[in-house]
Design a protein around this ligand. Structure first.
Ligand code: MN
Length: 319
């Protein structure tokens, strides 16, 4: 009689890049969830689509207006094995971390926090704010060879904006290279992240790396690709083998494009950790709960407690 396989003590989400070997146009519905009081659309990971290149997490929030309180207010929590990338369309988010790193994200800036093997941070709407909030929060899985790099925080005050030679709109490149522009943000694998604006009645044609897989979400307006309308909400997966993509719009559109070579490693995601083995997650959770490794961030509220290991702890910094 063979022994039953030993059950892992950690209910982690196994994430593989099912990188297509050809071009695709598939849409994946997002999941509605909450980041504290803030409603978010969890666009990645979703069922059947866990990674796009090294991108392993994408939350869309807003646009919203507020007159009191702070829609974004996430108490100290840990990360490992990833980079967080904060890109805003409207409003402000103040970042503070255990390295004493600080930076206010605003439209046109990008905040990139590299966790390496461990960092803790807070994210909150600052007291001085515009009363508006709209943006995305992304995570990038660190490749195995770089996942224990020293933690760091980078605030890029203004990312490059470029108009592709064919016109049709504007591209802000916040990660990697696209259409001749390069983001100063430092990453550890090939990657692209950009905010696309398509002018009304025009088509924005972007040169793409055919070895990369790409995904887009519509941030506003109406857009179509390959003659198919792209709804706002779902993640649209474009596959690989595209030398270019032409985004058309009748009344103007704004889109977020992410991509990279299909990530060659299987990762485990549990809560705010990206790992390779359940044992690493067990250790990281214990280190956070016992006040080791991740450092401290000064804040006026208690740090977040880690969920139970046996719970499927979907990535959610405020859970
Ligand atoms: Mn976080």
């Amino acid at each position: 009689m063979s022994e039953a396989p030993k059950k892992s003590p950690v209910h982690a989400e196994v994430c593989l890049a099912l990188g297509a070997t050809r071009r695709r146009l598939e849409s994946y519905p997002p999941r509605e969830t909450k980041l504290g009081v803030l409603p978010v659309l969890r666009t990645l990971p979703v069922k059947d689509r866990r990674l796009i290149g090294p991108w392993c997490f994408l939350d869309r929030y807003g646009p919203l207006s507020f007159t009191d309180g702070r829609p974004m207010d996430v108490a100290p929590h840990p990360h490992m094995g990833l980079q967080t990338v904060t890109w805003l369309l409207e409003g402000e988010i103040a970042h503070g971390d255990s390295l004493r790193g600080e930076g206010v994200a605003r439209p046109g800036t990008v905040n990139v926090m590299t966790s390496g093997d461990g960092i803790a941070h807070t994210e909150r709407t600052p007291a001085a704010n515009s009363g508006r909030l709209s943006g995305v929060q992304l995570w990038v899985a660190l490749p195995d060879a770089h996942r224990r790099v020293a933690p760091s925080f980078q605030h890029v005050a203004e990312v490059p904006t470029v108009e592709p030679p064919g016109g049709g709109g504007l591209v802000q490149v916040f990660a990697g290279r696209l259409a001749g522009a390069s983001s100063p943000a430092r990453h550890h694998s090939a990657i692209v992240g950009a905010d696309l604006r398509v002018h009304p009645g025009e088509t924005l044609v972007l040169p793409l790396d055919p070895g990369h897989e790409h995904g887009v979400i519509v941030l506003g307006g109406d857009a179509a690709l390959d003659g198919r309308p792209l709804d706002e909400g779902p993640l649209h997966y474009l596959g690989t083998r595209r030398e270019e993509a032409g985004f058309a719009s009748r009344s103007g559109a704004r889109l977020l494009l992410i991509g990279g070579p299909p990530f060659p490693e299987k990762v485990l995601m549990w809560w705010n950790f990206v790992a390779r083995t359940p044992e690493e997650i067990v250790q990281a959770r214990a280190d956070w709960e016992e006040g080791r490794r991740f450092g401290e961030v000064s804040y006026d509220r208690p740090r977040l407690a880690a969920p139970a290991l046996t719970r499927l702890a979907r990535p959610n910094p405020a859970s």
